[in-house]
Design a protein around this ligand. Structure first.
Ligand SMILES: O=C[C@H](O)[C@H](O)[C@H](O)COP(=O)(O)O
Length: 200
């Protein structure tokens, strides 16, 4: 009968623990696989979309992508894209966007999204509603049972009589015990104000 040796076992390899930023980067790089030369691209805003913009620039510089035109969804992304040498345009010159890639704050199982907690609101909606295809990149921390589960709903409003709008928003969601608060008053991307609606 063969003998069975016993002794200390070497520990199993420890599972690879990825940081949230590494997960964002993986998701972003995967999304950029859908980018093809000659495309007009909506360039998203935020810590996830930033990886996608970096990757697009890297592929451009490597010559693996050519003739890309980017339309940034915020001033911040505009600065990033300029610094990386990505050719840029706008919706006036390129009203049809082939593909937009952006992050989100929440995604539910029906693919409803919350976006804009990072402060990019109107521009991203304009650009992403003009695209033929929209890829949303999220890490698993963004998955929720229902939108609004993890935080406030961001709403962008014009400065004109913003308190009136705030009160209208408040009255719409009073029944749910929510409060509408001014979030930033130094002007959004184009002078709009941000109001958030969240539980009291
Ligand atoms: O206002 C910002 C945008 O909607 C972002 O896409 C969203 O906030 C997600 O940003 P992050 O990737 O940094 O979580």
């Amino acid at each position: 009968m063969p003998s069975i040796e016993s002794g200390p076992l070497s520990p199993p390899p420890s599972p690879l623990i990825l940081t949230q930023d590494e997960l964002k980067k993986i998701a972003a790089y995967k999304a950029v696989e859908s980018v093809q030369s000659g495309m007009v691209l909506g360039l998203g805003t935020g810590s996830t979309a930033k990886h996608a913009v970096d990757r697009i620039a890297e592929l451009l510089h490597q010559g693996k992508l050519k003739n890309i035109i980017g339309i940034p969804t915020s001033k911040k992304t505009h600065q990033q894209a300029v610094s990386l040498g990505i050719p840029l345009s706008d919706l006036d010159s390129h009203p049809v966007v082939d593909l937009a890639i952006d992050g989100a704050d929440e995604v539910d199982s029906n693919l409803n999204l919350v976006k804009g907690r990072g402060g990019s609101l109107l521009r991203e909606k304009m650009i992403e509603s003009a695209c033929k295809k929209f890829i949303v990149i999220v890490d698993e921390s963004k998955l929720v049972a229902h939108v609004g589960a993890s935080g406030a709903m961001p709403v962008e409003v014009v400065p004109f009589c913003w308190k009136f709008t705030q009160n209208r928003l408040q009255s719409l969601f009073d029944y749910a015990g929510c409060v509408a608060k001014l979030r930033f008053n130094n002007g959004g991307e184009d002078g709009e104000l941000g109001i958030t609606i969240k539980n009291k």
